[in-house]
Design a protein around this ligand. Structure first.
Ligand code: SAM
Length: 214
């Protein structure tokens, strides 16, 4: 998702109390930002924030951090926060490749990846958020029984991701090729913007849950 450059987006993010300006300075101290010891769940590539903001509203006892690399996209989430501020969510405008410099060992309980960019060229495979290189990073920040939950409508990216889970030595806890018709995995499912768009076009949604080994 890349919106046109929006004038003022960078400034709005710099001024927002909901955005953490220097996330690397908070490594190992995220509970101080929230003022409690509740578990931290993050979404990488949150887009305009529909998914993570709905979760934050439903689960006040969990702290959420949304990560998005484009300020023009993140701005939409900030605008929603102005209308309805939520105490248990913060946003980071950054590229997820530096995630191990932002979170300490075991600081994160769950990672959500939704409709991640497919990077279809083979030479870009390591940029995919479900590549073994990213699983290595997730391994360094997730708690002992931490999980990655991934949804997509992209067949190739999903097949690649299933292989990478195994290659990374993680356990595949569950998976489905048609989430919306899976009575177990679909229970309590929160739709993302892309999920609404692609399922309305008739695309089945795939989901996997991968657990790190410890
Ligand atoms: N998750 C949302 C949804 O399902 O509606 C948005 C999906 S959109 C296809 C992917 C989003 O991930 C884009 O907004 C993109 O900028 C962001 N993104 C992709 N790679 C990223 C990275 N390495 N770090 C941070 N954000 C990333």
């Amino acid at each position: 998702m890349r919106l046109r450059n929006i004038p003022g987006a960078d400034e709005a993010i710099a001024d927002s109390p909901h955005c953490i300006q220097e996330p690397m300075a908070e490594k190992g101290r995220w509970h101080l930002i929230f003022g409690n010891e509740n578990p931290i769940h993050i979404e990488i590539g949150m887009g305009k924030g529909q998914f993570i903001m709905k979760l934050a509203k439903e689960h006040p006892d969990i702290n959420y951090i949304g990560i998005e690399r484009y300020s023009s996209v993140l701005l939409r989430a900030l605008q929603k926060m102005e209308i309805e501020p939520l105490p248990n969510i913060r946003f980071l405008c950054m590229d997820a490749s530096i995630i191990t410099e932002v979170f300490d060992k075991e600081e994160v309980a769950k990672i959500y990846l939704n409709f991640s960019d497919p990077w279809p060229k083979e030479r870009h495979a390591k940029r995919r958020l479900t590549s073994r290189q990213f699983f290595e990073r997730y391994d360094k920040i997730l708690a002992g029984n931490g999980v990655v939950e991934f949804k997509t409508d992209n067949d190739d990216l999903f097949a690649f991701s299933m292989e990478e889970v195994a290659e990374a030595g993680w356990t595949l806890d569950a998976h489905t090729f048609d989430l919306h018709h899976d009575p177990v995995l679909n229970e309590g499912n929160v739709m993302t913007e892309y999920e609404e768009k692609f399922s309305s076009l008739g695309h089945p949604i795939h989901k996997l849950i991968a657990r790190r080994s410890f």
